[in-house]
Write a protein that binds this ligand. Structure first.
Ligand code: SAH
Length: 542
């Protein structure tokens, strides 16, 4: 078949999904990622972009809809970047997610482990207890358009609670009346950046407005408007973020009214959380996730357990009820303060918390001679930091329970654990993020005996692990940047950014020998997107 070209129409059969929720098809040996594609459908697709190893297309017409297709139930889909899977049934979504986890563990991780089950969410609407709305140029909070930073105003998001949506509408009305200007990322001018709302299981809400400045016009009016819209409000907080960054929260807070903490109940324990502390966004599903982690940890009441990336101590305190002693470690100081308070308030004494980078804390504890029976890790999307797998292995735990929110970095780390003599034994997926492409996984790893270890190493060598390299290829980086940000980047630009980040760059991309040679320089927008891609693939730290 001739080479694919932009705008061509082809008939394609969709066989599965990418990690971002696009359909996967093959056209003449070429892999094509299809926007709006549903597994099992034969459809006419229009080619949008062609890269070396992958092309992108979108569905133009479907011959016969597959049972997995449904009419999207949200008027903002698929323009809004918040959801990726509203065009398929929830059953189909769970199939896609289970498949994604299985692929990551076997293909990237080289592990011989089946995903036992995927636990679907009972609630697939309004399940989020944390809402983060960027404020649009018209002053209305909304969500970013897919692969862009353009804000689409959204009056009612089906993933957010009624309280959060009501707060967003109240902020929009207050902004219009007070004249508070929205922040403009390009110029760095304007005040209102994000609205951040946390809600608890019993309907309490903590509302935080993130501003490019220390004070707002009409602060009392804002408090009045938000309290009138959200009867459950317990506090209104102003966060100051004056930096030119995609990170939502700045470092300074000022309470405009009420309190700056929220309380919630999880597995019968009471938790206090601050605005910046991590807390799972889907509480009932978080309970099932932690239950799975506890099952895999198989505690008898005597063990010493290390809980790395512990946040406000949610998993730590659940483990503590069934262990001898648990040590939690986490980098955000507010989270550690909350974790200590949570332990005290729940009357749990057999826990201890350390604040710091996991790599450093774990290395320090290992050097002190700590020998935990079980290690639990629950890292952010980029997975375990450099050297963390090796440090954990050096402490010789019987079992490692890995809770992951990114199957790709989980796969990479599982492979690293295999190299240290730890094999994946069990895996289960838990869906905390219905209608989006995200999924959580819990994996149990345990020590191999020496003979088995050699065998597994040999098996790993025999596998084709080209796809499993933790380093992404230029094409993978290009595909990621294109899919996520809608930007086309050249190998030259990628090499420039890699070099800036201190990464090795292949021979072909070395700088020109001629001092005065004019080389096009990567524009900042593309540089930022490439940096995000390098982070996504774990090639640089966040
Ligand atoms: N186990 C917790 C939190 C998991 S989220 C829960 O289930 O609620 C991941 C946590 O890792 C976040 O709290 C984040 O602040 C923390 N974190 C991120 N990078 C870290 C690092 N380098 N060292 C330690 N903690 C880190």
């Amino acid at each position: 078949m001739e080479r694919l070209e932009k705008n061509q129409l082809h008939t394609a059969e969709i066989t599965g999904y990418t990690a971002q929720g696009l359909g996967v098809a093959r056209l003449g040996g070429q892999v094509v990622f299809v926007h709006g594609g549903v597994r099992g459908e034969t459809c006419t697709v229009r080619v949008l972009k062609v890269l070396k190893n992958v092309a992108f297309a979108r569905v133009e017409a479907v011959e016969a809809p597959a049972p997995g297709r449904q009419a999207p139930d949200c008027p903002y889909f698929p323009d809004c970047g918040g959801c990726q899977l509203r065009h398929i049934t929830y059953e189909e979504e769970l199939w896609a997610k289970k498949q994604q986890v299985e692929d990551a563990l076997t293909r990237l991780g080289g592990a011989a482990v089946a995903v036992e089950e995927i636990l679907g969410s009972r609630e697939i609407l309004r399940y989020r207890n944390k809402s983060q709305f960027p404020v649009g140029p018209d002053g209305r909070p909304g969500f970013y358009r897919a692969r862009s930073h353009q804000v689409i105003p959204v009056d009612d998001c089906l993933l957010q609670t009624e309280a959060a949506n009501a707060a967003a509408r109240a902020v929009a009305a207050w902004a219009a009346a007070s004249g508070a200007a929205p922040y403009d990322e390009k110029t760095g001018r304007g005040l209102l950046r994000h609205l951040y709302v946390r809600t608890s299981g019993d309907g309490a809400a903590l509302i935080c407005l993130v501003a490019n400045g220390r004070a707002l016009p009409e602060e009392e009016g804002l408090v009045r408007a938000v309290r009138a819209a959200c009867p459950g409000a317990v506090g209104v907080v102003l966060n100051e973020n004056t930096r030119d960054t995609n990170v939502i929260l700045g470092e300074r807070y000022r309470t405009l009214w009420g309190t700056d903490r929220l309380e919630d109940t999880l597995r019968g324990l009471r938790f206090t959380l601050s605005v910046p502390s991590f807390y799972q966004v889907n509480r009932p599903q978080a309970e099932r996730l932690y239950e799975k982690a506890l099952e895999f940890a198989a505690l008898t009441g005597r063990e010493l357990v290390l809980d790395l990336y512990c946040g406000i101590g949610t998993i730590t305190l659940c483990l503590a009820e069934r262990a001898g002693r648990v040590i939690g470690a986490e980098i955000v100081p507010e989270a550690i303060r909350d974790a200590r308070e949570n332990a005290r308030r729940n009357g749990i004494g057999n826990v201890e918390f350390f604040c710091g980078d996991t790599g450093e804390t774990a290395a320090h504890l290992a050097a002190e001679g700590l020998r935990p029976d079980v290690v639990v890790v629950d890292p952010p999307r980029k997975g375990l930091g450099e050297g963390v797998v090796e440090t954990i292995a050096s402490m010789g735990p019987q079992r490692v329970v890995y809770v992951s929110c990114d199957p790709a970095t989980l796969g990479r780390d599982v492979k690293r654990f295999a190299a240290q003599g730890y094999a994946a034994r069990r895996a289960a997926a838990v869906d905390l993020f219905p209608r989006t492409a995200h999924v959580e996984t819990v994996v149990l790893l345990s020590k191999l005996n020496a003979k088995q270890h050699i065998e597994v190493e040999r098996n790993l060598d025999e596998l084709d692990l080209t796809a499993a390299e933790s380093k992404a290829t230029y094409d993978e980086l290009k595909a990621y940047v294109l899919e996520k940000y809608g930007l086309k980047v050249s190998s030259l630009y990628i090499s420039q950014v890699k070099r800036k980040c201190g990464l090795e760059v292949g021979q072909n991309y070395n700088l020109s020998k001629k001092e005065d040679a004019k080389v096009p320089q990567c524009p900042p927008e593309k540089e930022a997107a490439i940096v995000e891609a390098l982070k996504h693939f774990g090639m640089i730290a966040e």
